[in-house]
Every structure is written in C-alpha cells, then in structure tokens.
Design a binder for this molecule. Structure first.
Ligand SMILES: C[S@@+](CC[C@H](N)C(=O)[O-])C[C@H]1O[C@@H](n2cnc3c(N)ncnc32)[C@H](O)[C@@H]1O
Length: 235
C-alpha cells in the first residue's frame, strides 16, 4: 500500500493541510466536517474511534464538542501535526492519538459507539480487511467516504503519487455486506472534483460550489458525484 508509506514523511505531513484545504479547498474541508458531524450526531461522551486520523482535522473538532475520542494512524509525522493542533485548541488532554495499523486494531470487539474514516479507503489495497476491523470494534456505527469510479475524479486519479483507488456502488455494497454492515444513510457530492477546487481562489470557489450543488442534486449529478459518504450500522 503506497499510501501507508507516503504519509510517513515529515514534509508531506507538514504541508498536508495547506496543500489540500487552502484556496477553494476550504470548501472541501467544511463539507467533510459537516458530513462527519451530521453522521455522528450527539457527541457528548460518545466513544469514537477515528481511523487514519492524520493531522487531526476531525479528531480535534470532535474533542472540542465533547466526544471521548481516540485517533489512530500509521504515520507518526501526521499525528505530530494532530497533537500540535490539539494543544493549540486546548484539547490535548482529551484526545488519545495512537500509532497503529487499521488492518489490526488494538481494541476488543464492540469497544466504541462509532468508528469512522475519511479519505482513507482510496488508499486501501485490502478494503475488506479494514472495514471488517472497523465493524468489529464498533457496537453501532461505521462511517466512511469513498472516491467514485464513474466520476470526474477519474480524470486525474491515476496521476496521484500516493495511489488512489476508486469504488463503484456495487463494490461498496459488497464490502458492507461482507463486513456484516447495513447501510443506514448515504450522500453523494462533488461533481466537480477536489482537484479542481484546490486550484481556484477561495473567492470564486463559492460560485462553482453553488453550480456543483445544483448538478449534484440532479439524477445525472448523483451518478457522477466524485465522493460518497456511507453511514452504516453493525446490526
Ligand atoms: C489522506 S490522509 C487522511 C487524513 C485524515 N483522515 C483527513 O481526512 O485529513 C490518509 C491517512 O491515512 C493514514 N494511513 C494509511 N494507511 C494506514 C493504515 N494501514 N493504518 C492507519 N492509517 C493509515 C496515513 O498515514 C494518512 O494519515
């Protein structure tokens, strides 16, 4: 798995957020955070595991809102950024960052109320194994996103140096079924792909985002959306 190695480097970790979430990328950050908050619902004292927490974009946000959260990632460099951010936002004591491999989670069955991963499954060469582990340690909810095979993302996906796997709906349904998960909710977004937003100034990104939202809400747009959010239950 190339993505496992790619994010180990200090310089990659240091520039991770500025590369993706400045300029029009801010809209993406906002949308992803909204997706996580909507999916997880009430957070006070909820026991949450974030897989591939990276620089703690969601970990810190959820700790600030009262979740009892563990962030797990295979890259110490990415989590160093997360720890720094947690201290900056005054929640350093409330988050447990753990180095570990998502393929072998060091927790007993049903240990968390909710387990989620954002921007992780495109890096997974064995997604069934990862999803099975997420389902095993969650007693209720598993939430994750995928980049879609039949979407505008496929235009540049092959160029990405860390590797990037695209999923069809059939594949996601099969993965969920094999992990014993039942789909509860789903959302599809970004007909204009992330790579496009990253290249345009924040000032004009809002206008494109409006166009994108109207495309997304059409039948064709739903089919062409480049990102899907999958919200599943363990039973
Ligand atoms: C694209 S980043 C996403 C980080 C964060 N979820 C976000 O959305 O900002 C992918 C992350 O997956 C982590 N990762 C890759 N393979 C992993 C594995 N097998 N177990 C745990 N983390 C892994 C990388 O270290 C990296 O931090």
């Amino acid at each position: 798995m190339k993505g496992k190695e790619w994010y180990q480097a200090d310089d990659i970790a240091e520039e991770y957020e500025t590369k993706r979430f400045s300029n029009g990328g801010r809209l993406i950050d906002r949308r992803e955070k909204r997706a996580v908050l909507d999916a997880l619902g009430a957070l006070e004292d909820k026991r949450v595991l974030e897989i591939a927490c990276g620089t703690g974009r969601f970990t810190v946000m959820l700790a600030e809102r009262g979740a009892d959260i563990v962030g797990l990632d295979i890259s110490s460099a990415m989590m160093a950024q997360g720890r720094r951010k947690a201290r900056e936002f005054g929640v350093g004591e409330r988050i447990e960052f753990m180095r570990g491999d998502a393929a072998r989670l060091p927790f007993p069955d049903d240990h968390f109320d909710a387990v989620f991963a954002i921007r992780f499954f495109h890096l997974a060469d064995t997604p069934a194994k990862f999803l099975a582990e997420m389902a095993r340690v969650s007693r209720n909810q598993v939430f994750f996103d995928t980049f879609n095979r039949f979407s505008t993302r496929s235009i540049y996906n092959w160029l990405l140096p860390m590797g990037s796997r695209l999923y069809s709906r059939d594949e996601v349904e099969r993965l969920l079924g094999d992990a014993g998960l039942v789909l509860a909710n789903e959302a599809h977004d970004f007909v204009l792909p992330y790579g496009f937003y990253r290249e345009i100034p924040n000032g004009v990104a809002g206008q494109f985002r409006e166009l994108d939202a109207s495309l997304r809400d059409s039948a064709l747009g739903r089919k062409l959306a480049s990102v899907s959010y999958w919200d599943a239950r363990t039973r």
